[in-house]
Design a protein around this ligand. Structure first.
Ligand code: PEP
Ligand code: MN
Length: 337
């Protein structure tokens, strides 16, 4: 349920409403919009007489939050969420450009790529240290050693860090090194992992599952938010369809659809979305034109020798050129790089 307080209601009245709803066994979350405190009450809402709540001091209106995702919905929070990560504000006018290798492979590799993407205009360094690989015989990542290298390479170039966490037990470790915790497509419905990420105060980058609907994706965001972490960045990374020419089918419909349904920022991963190096830039441009809040792009200085996803990794000069093009498109859609 959504309780909207009258404009200028004293804080004590809003606090009173929140306390009474909590005493009724509901989880309560608040936001502010248009000079009004907005209170979302979730849980078993049948125990409360909502007609009565309408008469509580300071209450302007009571309505049902119709969507199954409540905290992630625009009905609860009408204005865009902006998530701050160091000097980057994700979801604001400036586009978030995240780039780096699929996997951290070694010191020279990650430092070379970090320098190149920073020079091109990226503000967040990506890189997997714990890799979800389809084959158990493929490179699984360098683990904590990889995180240390990623952190040092990012710090040396003034970048923030995003890296994937695959297991609930590893959330505290990832939170020590990364600024943004990536939940991978394969783990979008790993509820134990979502809960642990929800217990941190680190922004989460929630990738859309390979076969997940937009509603399921937003409900996964809701899991993180329901556990107290409202800093969720959604990432469209392509879904599985009957098409086999590309690795996945990048669902750019999702961008304007999510923008309508949710206040959360949404970025696009054209690397996993296409799986083909020379298809990455056109789809990255399209993503920004469609209203995405940013990009996450795989970049490798020696993609032929990359230990994962070389075929979809841009060379540094290609990434540089892409950012140049994105600057032009950004202007058309009222954004900056
Ligand atoms: C990745 O970012 O390298 C990755 C494994 O992504 P996804 O979870 O989208 O497949
Ligand atoms: Mn990858």
């Amino acid at each position: 349920m959504l309780v909207i307080m009258k404009p200028g209601t004293p804080e004590a009245a809003a606090a009173g409403v929140i306390t009474r709803l909590r005493m009724a066994g509901l989880a309560v979350h608040r936001t502010e919009h248009d000079g009004r405190v907005r209170v979302a009450a979730v849980g078993d809402t049948t125990a409360v007489d909502w007609k009565e709540v309408e008469r509580w001091p300071g209450v302007e209106s009571v309505s049902r939050l119709a969507r199954p995702f409540k905290l992630a919905s625009r009905a609860f929070r009408p204005h865009d969420s902006v998530i701050s990560v160091g000097k980057v504000a994700i979801g604001g006018p400036q586009l978030a450009i995240m780039a780096g290798p699929c996997s951290v492979e070694g010191e020279e590799q990650v430092f070379t790529i970090a320098r190149a993407v920073a020079q091109a205009g990226a503000t967040v360094l990506r890189g997997g240290a714990y890799k979800p690989r389809t084959s158990p015989y493929a490179f699984q990542g360098l683990g904590e050693e990889g995180l240390k290298l990623l952190r040092r390479a990012a710090d040396a170039n003034g970048l923030a860090v995003v890296s994937e966490v695959m297991e609930p037990q590893l959330v505290p470790l990832l939170a020590r090194y990364a600024d943004i915790l990536q939940v991978g497509a394969r783990n979008m419905q790993n509820y134990a992992l979502l809960r642990e990420v929800g217990h941190t105060n680190k922004p989460a980058l929630l990738k859309r599952g390979l076969s997940s609907t937009i509603e399921e994706w937003l409900l996964s965001a809701e899991h993180i938010m329901a556990h107290g972490n409202s800093q969720v960045i959604l990432c469209e990374r392509g879904i599985r369809t009957f098409e086999t020419y590309t690795r996945n089918t990048l669902d750019l419909n999702a961008v304007p659809v999510v923008k309508e349904l949710s206040h959360l920022p949404v970025i696009v991963d054209p690397s996993h979305g296409t799986g083909i190096r020379d298809k990455v830039a056109p789809m990255a441009r399209a993503a920004i034109a469609a209203g995405a809040d940013g990009l996450i792009v795989e970049v490798h200085h020696d993609p032929e020798r990359a230990l994962s996803d070389g075929a979809q990794s841009l060379r540094p000069e290609q990434f540089h050129e892409l950012v140049r093009q994105i600057r032009t498109i950004a202007e058309v859609v009222g954004r900056t790089v």
